[in-house]
Ligand binder design. Structure first.
Ligand SMILES: [Zn+2]
Length: 433
């Protein structure tokens, strides 16, 4: 049954030169028999990409659409704005000529291991190859993963070369500090039954929560139980690979890994209240060393700003920490976050190991992280961690010692837990300095 809403397209424009979209009915996708009718069900977890089927999440795919939500994560809202503003044709179909992966990734056995990967599409970079027939037939199938090559250059790496910690080899690292990498952008694609199982909740509760807490943004979550793949409007991740990606999926390949959650203030602007950028730079240094020894370095950069609470919450917490009685101190660090956000953390690291399984990783020789919240789910997902690498003390900015002490006291990986009197001491800079 086709559901349409009547809209008065004859209402007068606000401005005389206003562009108006071509009048068209609003098509509700939330009823069986409309979008999704005749679609091909996604056989999530199938070992054969073609048999698994395309995730068709484009809004102009009509009856071929078989997923809830659409591509580009949070940027889908900008696309909606571009269409509303008359700057982008709603039915625009991309020309994907020459966009295929610069490097072959997979397939690996984990791609078809039940529930090993539930928050990204393991075949998402191969869409144009696997589903060329459907694209040729006019179905708008898009990649959710893009793989390219790049050179990166960070002052910390050039410093490491000058200090003699890193040696240019002309392949991974040159004398000017340029580092050759493979970089991979990944959009979130959630298999809802798998995500629910990962959290030990009913899929109906997951669907209802996602529907209600987004202000009813995706009605199909509750009206279309036959659609079990959802592209959420959230940030994705970028993977930086150091060394030859051909070594992925081979147990003999040595792997160094840093899982890094976005911290714009530190990562980009060098803000000194936390250790994010110094730890990231240290992780990259370890990755370069590993690549130079014939292994692979993996940096996963997740768009989960401020423990996925967002930057507004984060900055509110900074103020609360620095203004509290007794000053900014480690023993009140997590409490201040919980007061503002209701939780200490919203990153849900339960989903984080998916990307490691996608890369065919079964063992991490060096995990450049002190966080038990990252270590525990990686190990629980079946990946062995041989060694954990802490951030060298010399890289910790003075104002970040509050965070570092609080994390050590909370059980982060360390060989020296600070005593209570140290945690109670105000160590952070006051707000007005
Ligand atoms: Zn930070």
């Amino acid at each position: 049954m086709r559901q349409e809403l009547a809209i008065d397209w004859n209402e007068p424009p606000l401005r005389t030169n206003e562009k108006r979209p071509v009048p068209r009915p609003i098509v509700l996708a939330s009823h069986p028999g409309n979008a999704g009718a005749g679609n091909r069900r996604i056989a999530w977890g199938s070992a054969d990409g073609h048999a698994r089927g395309a995730v068709v999440a484009t809004l102009n795919a009509g009856p071929s659409r078989n997923a809830i939500g659409t591509h580009s994560g949070a940027y889908s809202v900008y696309r909606a704005l571009a269409v509303a503003a008359g700057q982008l044709a709603a039915g625009h179909q991309p020309d994907l000529t020459n966009t295929s992966p610069a490097v072959r990734i997979g397939p690996f056995p984990q791609w078809s291991k039940p529930d090993a990967i539930v928050s990204l599409d393991p075949w998402g970079h191969l869409s144009t190859e696997l589903f060329a027939d459907r694209i040729a037939a006019g179905v708008d199938v898009r990649p959710s993963i893009a793989v390219t090559r790049a050179h990166i250059n960070m002052p910390e790496i050039a410093d490491a070369v000058r200090a003699g910690r890193l040696r240019p080899d002309g392949t991974v690292l040159d004398a000017a500090g340029n580092v050759r990498v493979t970089k991979i952008a990944i959009e979130p694609v959630w298999h809802l039954p798998g995500v629910a199982r990962r959290f030990g909740i009913a899929v109906s509760d997951l669907r209802r929560g996602l529907f209600e807490q987004t202000g009813g943004m995706f009605p199909e979550l509750v009206t279309r139980p036959d659609l079990d793949v959802f592209l959420p409007p959230i940030g994705g991740m970028t993977v930086y690979l150091f060394g030859d990606p051909a070594g992925l999926g081979r147990p003999e390949t040595r792997i160094a890994c840093r899982i890094h959650d976005e911290c714009n203030g530190s990562d980009v602007f060098g803000s000194d209240i936390c250790t994010c950028r110094p730890y990231l730079a240290h992780g990259i240094e370890v990755c370069i060393e590993t690549a130079q020894m014939g292994g692979i370095g993996v940096v996963v950069y997740n768009r989960k700003e401020g423990r996925a609470l967002g930057e507004v919450t984060k900055f509110l917490v900074y103020n609360a920490r620095k203004r509290q009685e007794g000053g900014d101190r480690a023993d009140a660090y997590f409490q201040r976050t919980e007061c503002v956000a209701g939780v200490q953390d919203m990153r849900f690291q339960e989903l984080m190991p998916d990307v490691l399984h996608w890369l065919g990783i079964t063992r991490i020789d060096q995990l450049v992280s002190m966080s038990n919240m990252k270590f525990a789910p990686i190990v629980a997902s079946g990946i062995e961690v041989v060694e954990r690498i802490a951030i060298p003390d010399a890289l910790i900015p003075a104002d970040a010692s509050v965070e570092m002490d609080a994390k050590k006291a909370a059980g982060y990986y360390t060989d020296a837990v600070p005593p209570p009197e140290v945690l109670h001491e105000a160590k952070g800079r006051p707000l007005d300095e």
